[in-house]
Design a protein. Structure first.
Length: 141
């Protein structure tokens, strides 16, 4: 759910996209966060399905956010692929392309009760969402 749209994006980047202007501190947080989230998600098995309980609602919420993320990508790929489209909000979620997966992984961390994933997601969110907000601010003036 996370990888395929990002791979497709490589060939469908928004017009005028320039990664070279990204804040280096935010980029550092994003890259470190990506590594930490990936490693943590692979190392811990606490994210596996368990018998249904109220706690499972955290997992359901994470899945809903990832489904929203997929719909946001579908909307982007059908758009004119402008910077405004890429940094758009979706269902009231600002810069949804960055915010939705970060929120989903945070909820997955709660579901799995893995503090390391929660910390990693915060690091990722600072960088990833921060970069997207920076770009959105630039296009909105």
């Amino acid at each position: 759910m996370l990888t395929i749209p990002n791979l497709l994006w490589i060939r469908h980047q928004p017009q005028g996209y320039d990664f070279r202007i990204e804040n280096k501190v935010l980029l550092f947080f994003e890259r470190i966060g990506q590594v930490l989230v990936t490693c943590t998600a692979l190392i811990f098995s606490d994210f596996n399905l368990r018998p249904w309980s109220l706690w499972t609602l955290w997992l359901v919420a994470a899945v809903i956010l990832m489904l929203m993320y997929e719909v946001w990508w579908f909307r982007y790929f059908r758009s004119q692929k402008t910077l405004g489209d890429f940094y758009s909000s979706f269902c009231g979620v600002p810069v949804a392309g960055a915010t939705l997966p970060v929120m989903a992984f945070f909820l997955l961390g709660i579901y799995g009760k893995v503090a390391w994933l929660l910390i990693a997601v915060v690091v990722l969110g600072i960088g990833h969402i921060g970069i997207h907000l920076q770009h959105r601010k630039e296009i909105n003036g």
